[in-house]
Write a new protein. Structure first.
Length: 78
């Protein structure tokens, strides 16, 4: 299965978090929001201008900036 960033997902596509890159503060914030290795993430919506995006992770909706989504490496599942 191929790896891609959360930013690269298409609407309705899902993936499993493999790793989160980036520096301490931002990485910690993503972990605190439930974006941890092994979590399934689904891209729900993209704002009209492309930023932010809305994802579903661990049963709740979450909005992320594309710059944050770029730090999340996924294994795509469809």
């Amino acid at each position: 299965m191929e790896e891609k960033t959360l930013k690269a997902l298409a609407k309705g596509e899902s993936g499993i978090v493999k790793r989160v890159t980036g520096d301490g503060k931002l990485r910690r914030r993503l972990f605190d929001m439930g974006i941890t290795p092994g979590a399934e993430v689904c891209l729900r919506k993209v704002a009209p201008l492309g930023d932010p995006i809305e994802i579903t992770v661990r049963g709740y909706e979450l909005s992320l900036r594309k710059s944050e989504a770029e730090l999340v490496i996924l294994q795509s599942i469809g």
